[in-house]
Structures are given as C-alpha cells and as structure tokens.
Design a protein around this ligand. Structure first.
Ligand SMILES: Cc1cc2nc3c(=O)[nH]c(=O)nc-3n(C[C@H](O)[C@H](O)[C@H](O)COP(=O)(O)OP(=O)(O)OC[C@H]3O[C@@H](n4cnc5c(N)ncnc54)[C@H](O)[C@@H]3O)c2cc1C
Length: 303
C-alpha cells in the first residue's frame, strides 16, 4: 500500500524521520514481525495529533504500539501507519500522591518515580517491560494487583486528533482488559493515585518481585510474557505443563521449559511458528481438561 504522495507528505512533516518497510521484529520483545508500510515515532503530542488526523483524513489504517512486549506481528507485517508511542512522549511527574506519566514512559520509570517520592502502590509492576500506554490498555498486573486499580484519569486522543479525558472508574478495568481495548482511542497520558510508603520498603518489595521473575521466567530468550490469560481460579502455565507440553517446539519457537505459559524465540522463530504452537497448546488443553485458553498476547498484521 505504498503511496508516493503519502510518503512525500509524511516525510516533509517528519523532517526525514519517516521509515518505510520497517521490520517490526526490531520493535517487539519476541523479535518477530514483518514490515510496517510507514513507521513513525512521534517526538511530541503535536506531531502525534497531526499524524493521527492525517491518517484519518486519508483513510490510512493506523496501528499504535508501545514497547511491543505483548505483540505478535505477522510475517506479512502491518499495512498503513505504525505509530510507536515511546521516548518522544515519556515525561513523568509527581503531584502530591499522584504520579502523572505520558503514555510512552516505561512502566518501570513510573514505578521508580513513585518509589523516589515515597509513594507506594506500583511495586507489583517491577519487571513488567512495557510502556504506560500499553500497561493501561492491557491492565497490566502481577502479584495480585494491576494498574487499573490506581488509574485516576487518562488523557486520550481520538482518531480525528482531538484530546479528551476519562475517569479511571469509567474504563471498567478487569483482568488484562479495559473498555479502551474496544475504543478507537490512543492513550496520551495517565494519572495514577498512590499512597505514602517508606521508600526503603518499596525498594525491597520491588527487588523481591524482580528476583522471583528472574528465577521463574525465561528472560534470556526473546518472549512476550504470558501467552494465555489464566482461566478463572487456575493457571494457564499449570495446565500447559501438566498436559506435557513444556519444551514442545515448532520451527524456531518453543514452549519454555522454565515457564509453560511463555513461548520463546530460539533465534529463528516466525509468527507462524508461534501461532502453530498456540493452536497445538489450545487443542491439547481443551481436549485434556475441557478448558479453553484465551490469548493474552495481541496478534496484529496481515494474515
Ligand atoms: C518478560 C515479560 C514479562 C511480562 N510480564 C507481564 C506481567 O507480569 N503482567 C502483565 O500484565 N504483562 C506482562 N507482560 C506483557 C507486557 O509487558 C504487558 O502487556 C505490557 O503492559 C504491554 O505494554 P507495551 O507498551 O509493550 O504494549 P504493546 O505490546 O506495544 O501493545 C499492547 C497493546 O496496547 C496497545 N497500545 C500500546 N500503547 C498504546 C497507547 N499509547 N494507546 C493506545 N493503545 C496502545 C497496542 O495497540 C496493543 O493492543 C510481560 C512481557 C514480557 C516480555
């Protein structure tokens, strides 16, 4: 869907920073994914707004990504514009008991800012490798908590390039979900309400969570965290492991021998390899335990 006029216009606007045919494997934690027609990392809000309304006016499909740590991008890649919300929108500030962060800030930077200001509540997130925007959309969580419980307000951008605010309560956060997953909106900023807590205690708890991850997750190999959501009152990893699937391989993808809900890229994995492992896992767990596993990772790109 490459279009010379669109290319010229975007290139002018972005002062040479537009990338075409950008391999998405460079932007996903799985290190998998084909080309994005147009790839843009906005340097600020104004540019973000401009690109979003440009895409809307020209009817160019738009895909928003954060750190790519929950994404499986197909080999054919993504048509239209991929907007990566990252370091150009990454300011973090504290306001009494609240921490306000732009969507491209790392979740770890948000938690560090809270800790440095003796604000508790975000300890659980230590070691989750995403952006604030991705964390809000996914209601990222661990250790019995999730970000949604702290979100007081979000600043959103609609596809016409207009900013608007929504209260956290109105977003219906639930396990790895919120209403924004079904709304054509881009998270620009989020405000989290924390509570006073001693810095040292926050730090110790975060270190404990990180150490636990290091011993239970295959962090040395490219992965996207948990592939499946946990079924009610059970664990996807437990079901996959007891179905005997740990270590199963398709091409360059393998179900981790350390944590059965992780699929690792051994170096040459394609999206099709991962999808084949996903299908095999779902079929086996359904046949053996009658449980339908639902995906936590988001699949994007042309099939
Ligand atoms: C080693 C590892 C461990 C992990 N552990 C956990 C864990 O404990 N708990 C957990 O919940 N997750 C975990 N994850 C998954 C992942 O880190 C989270 O889902 C994270 O919140 C995704 O953020 P991201 O910025 O990478 O989003 P992406 O993967 O880039 O995107 C995820 C979704 O959010 C959308 N999105 C991203 N930014 C925006 C925005 N600004 N506006 C609108 N939409 C947006 C994308 O379109 C996509 O649908 C883990 C992943 C890895 C690799």
């Amino acid at each position: 869907m490459f279009d010379t006029a669109v290319y010229r216009e975007l290139q002018d606007l972005l002062a040479g920073r537009l990338r075409t045919g950008e391999p998405m494997k460079k932007h996903t934690s799985w290190r998998i994914g084909g080309p994005a027609d147009y790839y843009i990392e906005p340097v600020g809000r104004e540019e973000l707004q401009y690109v979003v309304s440009f895409a809307n006016q020209r009817k160019i499909p738009l895909t928003v990504v954060g750190n790519g740590s929950n994404l499986l991008v197909s080999e054919k890649g993504i048509r239209g514009i991929v907007l990566k919300i990252g370091s150009g929108l990454a300011r973090v500030a504290t306001l009494e008991k609240d921490v306000v962060a732009e969507a491209g800030a790392k979740l770890s930077a948000l938690a560090a800012a809270a800790r440095d200001n003796s604000l508790g509540g975000l300890e659980f997130s230590a070691g989750i490798p995403g952006t604030v925007g991705g964390a809000v959309i996914m209601n990222a969580g661990a250790n019995g908590s999730s970000v949604g419980a702290l979100v007081r307000e979000v600043l959103l951008l609609d596809l016409e390039g207009r900013l608007y605010r929504r209260d956290g309560e109105a977003l219906n956060f639930s396990y790895r979900s919120c209403d924004l997953q079904r709304e054509p909106a881009i998270v620009v900023e989020a405000r989290f309400t924390c509570y006073p807590r001693e810095k040292q205690l926050i730090q110790e708890e975060m270190e404990k969570f990180i150490a636990r991850r290091q011993s239970t997750q295959p962090l040395r190999m490219p992965n996207a965290g948990s592939v499946f959501k946990n079924p009610p009152a059970d664990s996807a990893g437990r079901l996959i492991e007891s179905a005997g699937l740990k270590g199963l391989r398709v091409g360059g993808a393998q179900i981790s021998t350390l944590h059965a809900n992780f699929i690792i890229n051994l170096g040459t994995a394609t999206a099709s390899d991962v999808l084949a492992l996903i299908d095999k896992t779902r079929e086996t767990v359904l046949a053996r335990y009658g449980v339908e596993l639902l995906l936590e990772v988001q699949i994007v790109g042309d099939a």
